[in-house]
Design a protein around this ligand. Structure first.
Ligand code: NAG
Ligand code: NAG
Ligand code: NAG
Length: 350
């Protein structure tokens, strides 16, 4: 076994590749990966960033009692990704949003120098140079660790994501809409948060999520509004992304796993709608729903997954533009057992 593992380790490390993204746009047109190749699922999807092309790696954790959460987004070419003037946001940077146990919220915006990214198997590891933020991932994407040493914001520690159930999406297109890719490396995991923030210990276990998006133009040029989120309830792991593109066409993407077995991974058949008095659809700026009602057609054999998500707390709020919540979940397949659980999710354009 040891020899076998050694051999595997050798083969895998022989394939490890490192790429450096400098903290500025390069000239030319990058080669962008839009369909899934062999390996490198969570790695860079382009060979460099020009002014318009960008990739970002997103992580979140929500505690099982919904009183704490953390979202960390690692952005390469943040101005290009968000169509923010380059004078207003660093080219490479990290955004951290904390929901603290006393109900307060905190944010950190951390500039980075070069991104030094190594891909090994399907996993990636990255150092955002001079920022104090890095992550390491195993080649099979089963364990990811984020390390933070951030004296400016007084934030230190680590977050470990462990995929106890094997939940890797394989095959097919990575295109969400034209110009926008999505690779969902960790749709659900057990996550352990061990941080100190301004002297306060933050320590909990929750559900963790990680994905990456990339594109050759700002996402504001692709999408009008969207509902995105992920939930865990009993044996179910669910990811939804119901969006309206810039031309007003709805696109529905869903992922559902039961005890780690992928039941559905589709570009259709999942509808997400706001609930409560302010449940206009498409979203109207300033009207905040109470939660969301999700219907997911899992096919003839598996039935209809129906989920109610109810907001507990908004954890990021840009009024009239974007809200992120943590919330409770009740759901299951119609006619079968109903489970409760937790979700972290967002609305763009409302
Ligand atoms: C990363 O930062 C270190 C200084 O801490 C520097 O020596 C190194 O050249 C940087 N790497 C890149 C790729 O910019
Ligand atoms: C994260 O920090 C731990 C403890 O300090 C260390 O052992 C590990 O090598 C670090 N990983 C990275 C990616 O920096
Ligand atoms: C979801 O909410 C609707 C409307 O309140 C309700 O009719 C339905 O029973 C709920 N479903 C679950 C699984 O709780």
């Amino acid at each position: 076994m040891a020899a076998l593992l050694g051999l595997f380790g050798f083969v895998v490390s022989a394939l490890a590749q490192t790429i450096i993204f400098p903290p500025y746009a390069q000239s030319g047109t990058p080669t962008i990966e839009w369909t899934l190749g062999l390996g490198s699922f969570d790695g860079p999807k382009m060979n460099f960033f020009n002014t318009n092309s960008a990739q970002w790696w997103y992580y979140d954790v929500v505690s099982l009692d919904l009183t704490q959460s953390i979202v960390i987004t690692f952005l390469g070419n943040a101005p290009g990704a968000t169509s923010t003037p380059a004078t207003e946001v660093p080219f490479n940077f990290i955004e951290v949003n904390l929901q603290l146990p006393d109900g307060s919220l905190a944010a950190a915006l951390v500039p980075s120098e070069a991104i030094i990214m190594t891909t090994n198997g399907d996993g990636s590891s990255a150092v955002f140079n001079q920022s104090g933020y890095s992550w390491t991932g195993t080649p099979d994407v089963s364990v990811y660790t984020i390390n933070i040493t951030d004296p400016v914001n007084d934030l230190y520690g680590s977050i470990v994501f462990e995929t106890v159930r094997r939940e890797h999406i394989l095959g097919g297109t990575l295109l969400v809409v034209e110009h926008l890719g999505w690779a969902n490396a960790i749709p659900d995991s057990v996550a352990t948060v061990t941080l100190t923030y301004q002297g306060q210990a933050i320590s909990y276990q929750g559900r963790g999520y990680h994905d990456s998006n990339w594109g050759d133009q700002s996402f504001a040029d692709d999408l009008g509004s969207w509902y995105w989120g992920h939930a865990t309830f009993g044996p179910w792991s669910l990811v939804w992304w119901d969006m309206m593109d810039i031309n007003g066409n709805e696109h529905q993407l869903g992922y559902a796993a039961y005890n780690g077995i992928i039941i559905s991974n589709t570009c259709a058949g999942i509808s997400v709608r706001p609930t409560g008095p302010n449940s206009a659809y498409p979203p109207v700026a300033g009207l905040m729903p109470d939660g969301f009602y999700i219907q997911y057609d899992l096919g003839l054999l598996n039935g209809n997954l129906v989920v109610n998500v109810t907001n507990t707390q908004s954890v990021v709020d840009y009024p009239g533009l974007y809200t992120r919540w943590v919330g409770s979940v009740v759901g299951g397949v119609t006619g079968e057992t109903t489970y409760t659980g937790v979700a972290l999710y967002e609305e763009m354009g409302g």
